[in-house]
Structures are given as C-alpha cells and as structure tokens.
Design a protein around this ligand. Structure first.
Ligand SMILES: Nc1ncnc2c1ncn2[C@@H]1O[C@H](COP(=O)(O)OP(=O)(O)OP(=O)(O)O)[C@@H](O)[C@H]1O
Length: 293
C-alpha cells in the first residue's frame, strides 16, 4: 500500500504543484489521471525519492520516503523522458542498470535480463543498439529497466505518450500483466489508458485530488450532465467550446455531445462514459452554463 498524507510541493521557481494531497493506493493497477500541469509527475518524482515534498509525507508498504535507499530498492521508476545511451544494446544497458541496482551476481543478472527482455518482447533485438529502436521499443526497454530486481512498486509516468495505437494497447497489456501482485502507478491524461485495467483511479487537477476511487465513481461524475442534440452550424458556433465533448456529422445536422447542468433546447440526457465523467469533473466549475452568455 502507498499512503500519501497531506503532501504539498512548492517549487522555488514556480507555484504550488501539489496542494495537500492525501491518498491511499492499493495493490494492482492505479491510474493517476489529470490534465497537463496537474502535478502527476511531481507526485511520482516525490514517490521515487527524486525530489522532496515541501510538507507532508508518504510511505510505501510502511516505509517512509525519508528512508530513500530502502524505498529505491522497493520501486521501479520509468520517467516521462526516459533516456538511454543510444550506442548501448538493450542487454548492455540493462546489465548496467542491474549493477546500479545492486544485483552483484553476473549470472543472476544475465538470467533476469534475458527473461525480462522476453517479457517485454525485445528478445530478438537484445543485441541491437538502442539508437535503432522505435519509440515503442524504447518504452518497453524502459519498463524492463524499471522491473529489474522485481520491485514491489512500479511507477510509470505517461508511458504511452507518443506511442501509436497498436503499441499503446500492447503496452497497456504489458503493464496489466505486471500489476498482478504489485502496485503499478501509471500517470496519464488519456482516459483510454486507464479505462480497462485500473482497479483504482485518482484524478489530480491543479495540484489537488479531485476524486479517488473506482472507475465507476468517475463515470458517475457525468450523471445528469451529458446531453446530445442535433444542432445547426449556427447553433453549434454559439456553444461554449469547453462544454462540447464531441461532434459527429449526421444527415440531421451536427450531433453534439455536451456537458452541462442544463440542456440545450431539444437535447436528450445520455449515459456518461468514463471520459464524460472525467471531463464533467474537471469542468464542474465551468460547465454551469452550456450556452455562451
Ligand atoms: N522543476 C520545476 N520548477 C518549477 N515548476 C515546476 C517544476 N516542475 C514542475 N513544475 C510546475 O509544477 C506544476 C505541476 O507540474 P507536473 O509536471 O508535476 O504536472 P503533470 O501533471 O505531470 O503535467 P504533464 O501532464 O504536462 O506532464 C506545473 O505548473 C509545472 O509548471
């Protein structure tokens, strides 16, 4: 379990990135969802002991963050910008990481690296230089380095950013597999990344926790707030763009899906998707009126 208590982070040259965050994260896949600048990376860097909180604290399986060495032995971390020396092969890179993680026995390192490369489906590329890898392959190598030493907790910061849809699905499945018996904390601003496989989800916005719970609870945030209506181009143009979730051209005009507390004329209330729930939660302040005043 990861316990986060009243954690705040203020950067010297910046505002409050985290504002009194309290969360309990359980075993399994945990999605940390939030728009750009919400504070996701800051929280992950703190949990990875790369930066200290300004106030508050956290513990991982009962070990407080200030025991940084012990925490680092428990976690694997894949940062948002994962860099590898391009001239190294995957095997050479992972061997280096293994040494840094204190796996002293060369035979043990070799066998762990070989099974990890198989897990992430890079066994055929093991001896190719990383500079020849695609973005998706580099991410998979990133996961392999994070998993080296079998950490109990895996922290992955926007791992699917920049991946094509096929790689994204493959990557999600990979993480789901690894989450069995571990905590995998995954940050993203894409709802689809957490839709199918997260047991728990926390939404951060402007450094604050906006909700934490099961996926169904996030979906519920959209209840009674999602509407669909066929609109003319002129009616569409008069809408507040922040309230529009999607538009689709049909024979009757533009079918618009909007979030708001009061309907457009002729609008029908529809069942919210998870994404609707997320947008409704983020826009709850904004979506009080749908039409532009
Ligand atoms: N080193 C830093 N110095 C000053 N401000 C920072 C620093 N790192 C982050 N911030 C600020 O803290 C806030 C939270 O940033 P953070 O990167 O944690 O958010 P995020 O949710 O991960 O965003 P993204 O999805 O864009 O990566 C932002 O306003 C950002 O500009």
């Amino acid at each position: 379990m990861i316990q986060i208590d009243h954690l705040s982070k203020k950067y010297t040259r910046g505002g409050l990135a985290l504002d009194d965050v309290t969360l309990t994260l359980q075993e399994g896949m945990v999605g940390l969802l939030g728009p750009n600048g919400a504070g996701k990376s800051s929280l992950m860097r703190i949990l990875a002991t790369l930066t200290a909180p300004t106030s508050g604290g956290a513990s991982i399986f009962g070990v407080p963050l200030k025991n940084a060495e012990e925490i680092r032995r428990m976690i694997g971390y894949l940062p948002q910008q994962f860099q590898v020396y391009p001239q190294l092969t995957a095997t050479e890179f992972l061997d280096y990481v293994g040494v840094m993680k204190g796996i002293k026995d060369a035979k043990k390192r070799k066998s762990e690296i070989s099974s990890l490369l198989e897990e992430v489906n890079l066994q055929d590329k093991a001896n190719k230089r990383v500079r020849t890898y695609s973005g998706g392959m580099k991410r998979r190598l990133g996961i392999a380095q994070a998993l080296l030493g079998s950490p109990q907790v895996l922290i992955v910061d926007e791992p699917t950013a920049g991946l094509d849809p096929e790689e994204r699905v493959r990557f999600r499945n990979l993480l789901t597999r690894f989450s069995l018996g571990r905590i995998v904390l995954l940050s993203t601003h894409i709802v689809a990344d957490i839709e199918s496989n997260c047991r728990q989800i926390a939404v951060l916005d402007k450094g604050k926790v906006r909700m934490s719970g099961e996926l169904s609870e996030l979906q519920k945030c959209g209840r009674g707030k999602v509407w669909e209506a066929h609109l003319s181009e002129a009616e569409f143009a008069s809408l507040d763009p922040m309230a529009v979730v999607s538009t689709r051209r049909t024979e009757e005009g533009l079918l618009c899906r909007v979030i708001g507390d009061r309907p457009l004329s002729g609008a029908a209330l529809v069942q919210p998707t998870l994404e609707d729930g997320y947008l409704a939660l983020l826009r709850s302040e904004h979506a009080k009126g749908v039409a532009k005043s």
